[in-house]
Design a protein around this ligand. Structure first.
Ligand code: ADP
Ligand code: MG
Length: 334
């Protein structure tokens, strides 16, 4: 049996709107991550990627959110059964998160150095002066050119790239074993994006850290992922090793995403897109949630939700593949 650092089993994180409306933002999601591995979560906006990672941090606001069922095992312990105090002990020291928008994590009224130092004082029991010095060191480590000045600045005085570096310094301050990065480079321009990706890769290699990286950018996935899960409308539609996913994508949604990437040998005049939009969780269609946009949709897709089948360490949830919920088990042209 393989020991996973993180194991998410059948997680359902729902929101409850007015009039008891049920919003299944994360709906029966399972995945596993081994120590030292990088797992990428991809999918268009609104597919449940952030709610999945926030669930692992147990930072979903409850209410309106609720962890309806499933388990999140970190080193074998179910985070969903831990109380707030136990979670506070894990956050930062064991599990840390980089958010898409640094301002959600940085406090606008405190200087950067003081914010990083505070995390160190709480978690490492070192005094204020030593913590401040460490904060400056961390800022230097993440490539801030003038770390002393940065530590003495408020978040709004820094550029987007510097703020993101400051947040990475904060995420790394307690040397976490698991790093969750939720689209950490989306708000940055491409050169800064490349620097931040390099930085995360270097730190990961130096510390043997495990990374769950959320992105909608398949270029980034190709660069950093060991394994990939593709999410659509709150569910995992495909999961495979990175090379396998790019070499032989199985799900029509994954194939659609891959066709949207420009290639060097492209002869296409215009880039393809996937027609339509991700439905909102309040009105997900019956059956396969992708069927209204799917070029391969069949009758069964309109009524029966496909279940994952294993095609050889490669999971796919789609009726094109026998075993995904077709009672007759017929194989079909793919
Ligand atoms: P992604 O990160 O893939 O873009 P999210 O995980 O942020 O998607 O959101 C998944 C779905 O959950 C979206 O449809 C979003 O509107 C819904 N959602 C997220 N947070 C809340 C909330 N606090 N209340 C209601 N719905 C929410
Ligand atoms: Mg998101």
């Amino acid at each position: 049996m393989i020991d996973y650092l993180l194991e998410v089993n059948h997680l359902k994180t729902y929101f409850y709107g007015s009039e008891k409306q049920e919003i299944p933002a994360v709906d029966d999601v399972s995945f596993q991550v081994k120590q030292g591995e990088t797992l990428c979560i991809v999918g268009e906006s609104g597919c449940g990627k952030s709610v999945t990672t926030l669930s692992v941090m147990k930072l979903v606001q409850t209410p309106p959110g609720r962890y309806v069922s499933g388990e999140i095992l970190f080193e074998g312990r179910n985070l969903l059964e831990m109380n707030q105090k136990e979670m506070r002990n894990l956050r930062c020291k064991e599990i840390s998160m980089i958010f898409q928008e640094p301002m959600t994590a940085l406090n606008p009224v405190h200087k950067i150095g003081a914010q990083i130092a505070e995390a160190l004082i709480i978690n490492e029991e070192i005094d204020k002066k030593a913590a401040h010095q460490r904060a400056v060191e961390l800022l230097r480590m993440v490539g801030v050119p003038d770390p002393v000045r940065c530590a003495d600045s408020y978040p709004h005085q820094l550029s987007g790239g510097m703020r993101q570096r400051a947040m990475i310094a904060m995420a790394f301050s307690c040397n976490p074993n698991l790093l969750l990065a939720d689209e950490p480079t989306t708000a940055l321009d491409v050169t800064v994006q490349a620097q931040i990706l390099d930085l995360i890769q270097t730190l990961k290699e130096q510390r043997g850290m495990t990374v769950v990286f959320v992105t909608h950018d398949l270029g980034i996935v190709a660069e950093i992922a060991d394994r990939v899960i593709v999410m659509y409308a709150g569910r995992v539609v495909e999961e495979a090793a990175c090379e396998q996913l790019f070499a032989s994508p199985l799900h029509p949604y994954t194939r659609g995403l891959l066709r949207c990437i420009p290639r060097i040998d492209d002869t296409r005049e215009i880039l393809e897109t996937i027609e339509g939009q991700v439905p909102t969780p309040a009105d997900f269609p019956r059956g396969c949630r992708f069927h209204p946009r799917c070029p391969k949709a069949m009758e069964i897709c309109k009524s029966v939700m496909p279940e994952p089948v294993d095609m050889g360490n490669h999971l796919v949830s789609c009726h094109l593949y026998p075993g995904c919920g077709d009672a007759a088990g017929n194989s079909r042209e793919v």
